[in-house]
Write a protein that binds this ligand. Structure first.
Ligand code: FES
Length: 78
């Protein structure tokens, strides 16, 4: 999983989402199972903030939506 930390996505919310995801992985003991990294601009700024999970881009990520996104995408790994 990669979170876009390019300036547009970062300033529009991923600054906080990155911390949320880190805490989520820790809380759910997924740090060993999920590789989570920051990424440079994905060239999709206008649709961002963006997250990439298994080569699929999830657009319009917000702090309000991130928990549901993680539950849907990786909740079955626990
Ligand atoms: S800054 Fe995220 S896609 Fe450009």
């Amino acid at each position: 999983m990669q979170i876009c930390l390019g300036s547009s996505c970062f300033s529009r919310g991923n600054r906080d989402v990155v911390n949320y995801i880190r805490n989520y992985l820790k809380k759910n003991h997924l740090e060993d199972k999920i590789v989570f990294k920051g990424a440079r601009c994905m060239n999709l700024c206008s649709n961002g903030p963006n997250l990439r999970i298994n080569d699929r881009i999830i657009e319009g990520v917000t702090l309000a939506k991130i928990e549901a996104i993680l539950e849907k995408e990786i909740g079955n790994i626990r």
